[in-house]
Structure formats: structure tokens, C-alpha cells
Design a protein around this ligand. Sequence first.
Ligand code: ZN
Ligand code: ZN
Length: 167
Amino acid sequence: MKSGFPSPGHDHALCVADTLTHAEKTCDVRGVRLTPLRRRVLGVLAASHAPVGAYDIVERLKKTGEAAPAMSVYRALDFLVGEGLAHRIESRNAFLACNRGHGGDEIVVFLLCERCSTVAEVTSSAVGRDLTKAASAVGFEAHAPVLEIKGLCEICRSPSASQERIA
Ligand SMILES: [Zn+2]
Ligand SMILES: [Zn+2]
């Protein structure tokens, strides 16, 4: 998964594989365990470029014959978000897999398409530094700042393509 919006014909199996490989490596380095359930939950998230709600994850696991108690799924999500392997999209109350890892003074900006629900992730160190400065001017210390911006993705902005996408 590159940054930006996924192209409609992209090899999605690669996105999923990339995300899981990144997660395995990250967990290895940190000495934390990517348990089978955590892996499955991340797999469900990686299978979608639109954020998935916790309840939907429970349902999707059921459908694949890998049912897990909701509480365990919530705990797996807490873990994934805590390790930066997934993001919580507040305005959608849903989760998105991340295969990048973030750090330093960069800010994560989620671009949310209002039509197809796809979310792309971009980062900006300049914006991050600017916001940190503005916040500290009023004595505020920002923790892992995230921005969510609504709009239309490139595909949905093109009139013909958006018809296909909705169908
Ligand atoms: Zn991310
Ligand atoms: Zn869109």
C-alpha cells in the first residue's frame, strides 16, 4: 500500500501481504506477539481501504469461520492501535490498517472520501511542526496528532468513474 488512494485495478493481495509482513517485523523488533487473533483482525482491516468498525470485524470473522468473542476483538484492536499497526478513524468510529509506522514530528493526515468511504493516509512534517508550535504557544503539548479531512478522492471526482464505483 503506497501512500495516497489505491488505484481501482491494483493488486490488493499485495496490500494485505505488505501489511501483515510489516506487522510481523514490527512485533518481532519490539518483542510483542502478533497472536493469531491479532493477525486475523489486522487481516480484516488490511482487506479494506475503507475503515472497518469493530462490530463489522466481529461479523466478518464469523463469516470466515473464525469467530471470536467481541471483547477479544476489541482487545486485539487496542493492541494494533497501540503498536501503530492500525489507526482509529474517530469520525467514522472505525479502524484502518497501517503499514508505515510514524514518528518524529510528522503529523498523520487522513483523507476521507465522502462518496466511496476510501481513506488515504498522507503525512506532513511541516504541518506537524507548525501545529506543535501553535499548540505550545498556548502551553499545550500535543500527543501523536492526527487530522481527518473530508472530501472526494480522484476516482469519485471523475463523473464516469464514480458511477461504476457506486454500482
Ligand atoms: Zn499510518
Ligand atoms: Zn472516493
